[in-house]
Design a protein around this ligand. Sequence first.
Ligand code: NDP
Length: 440
Amino acid sequence: MAQVRQDNPRQPEFHQAVFEVCKPIFAFIKDKPRYHEYQILRRITEPDRIIAFRVCWENDEGGIEVNRGWRIQNNNAIGPYKGGLRFHPSVNESILKFLAFEQTFKNSLTGLPMGGGKGGANFDPKGRSDHEVMRFCQSFMSELYRHIGDDIDVPAGDIGVGAREIGYLYGQWKRLTSLHTGVLTGKGQSYGGSLIRQEATGYGCTYFMQEMLASRGDSIDGKTCLVSGSGNVAQFAVEKITELGGKVLTMSDSDGFIHDPDGIDAEKLAFIMELKNVQRGRLSAYPAVFRKARHHAGKRPWGVPAQLAFPCATQNEMSHEDACTLLTNGCIGVSEGANMPSELAAIDAFLAAKILFGPSKAANAGGVAVSGLEMSQNSARMRWKEQTPQELLQQIMRDIHERCLGHGGTRDRKFTNYVTGANIAGFVTVADAMLAYGIV
Ligand code: NDP
């Protein structure tokens, strides 16, 4: 850890992610000398490649704007680099390195042949016209296309990169290369996208909670739930939770959260989807339509009493204090839809209380898993009916849960530390492949 801090100064998110992953792995590899001899952990924490580039584009007023783009190719030991692109003003190298590092273990956990990568830009699509977003995406891809390919590196969406942005990015890729391949995932249905990809992360995170509860003979049915975020992951988590009989009390965006004591049912969710995806509006508009609801400006939803929590917005949105409040209010399970939403101290509080805690690299792996299925369909020049990816997603989430039990369960099966389980299970496959390659 000292070496990681020294080699990566001023990158707190990256340090946090490495610490979270390595803590359980240190104990696991203690009596496995080959991993030490070949410096596997040290090598995994050093990305294979960091690509940074200028993105110049013209705004609607004819002014010239300059942003910075990145692609972090972290590790391709078990397959082509794979991971999303994030467009958000907070994006920097530390955040993308943490995401690429986490992605390496997450992708391995899915059981599919995918390495880990991540990328993005410090560009804020909020308030930009469609044409501005298009020009930005075209300029971004004009550099990125040199570094990606369907057997090299396959980006997808993330915060700020949804169906619209993937369309513009893919259009520019196709124009520059004259190719039509599976180089991006999350594509539209009319040009190579997989059914269920859009829903996969939110559904998968809910399935993971269902698996954790089932291991204690319980279910989501009848439980009160808190969801944060109102983007892609949050929307489909709410849809699936509701379908499974849960009652969702909250959703949020970067301005605050809404609390609807009657629950956010399918009709209310349709309103939110229209508001966020089409009108690109703010959640603060919700109580004007659904009168019993309240908007709490600048606050997070974790103070509302509920049994289950699904953080689905962004990193570090759950502090130690938030975690303690959830526990005091009787929360029995947390399934992380976002990447690293809980601070390390919050995770420690959940584990000490022995509640069901599904860390992001296990709980939100459904998105990249269906991206992997999209790659398979593109390579085979086929398009599966909805049932196939839907069933495979459920099976993959069940398998991930099993792998976590394998490495994180106590002998008497009374408690599973899913953090330990997910990190070790994800590590072993990547590490064994690296051992096979020798020192490269
Ligand atoms: P979206 O851009 O669709 O939605 C993000 C949501 O989080 C929005 O509601 C946004 O609010 C809110 N948000 C963003 N930043 C902040 C912040 N700093 N404080 C409070 N709220 C914030 O992104 P996704 O739903 O795709 O991604 C959400 C999380 O899930 C991310 O951590 C991402 O890495 C992770 N993830 C996503 C996958 C996917 O398939 N999309 C796969 C695996 C993980 P606002 O509307 O105000 O911007």
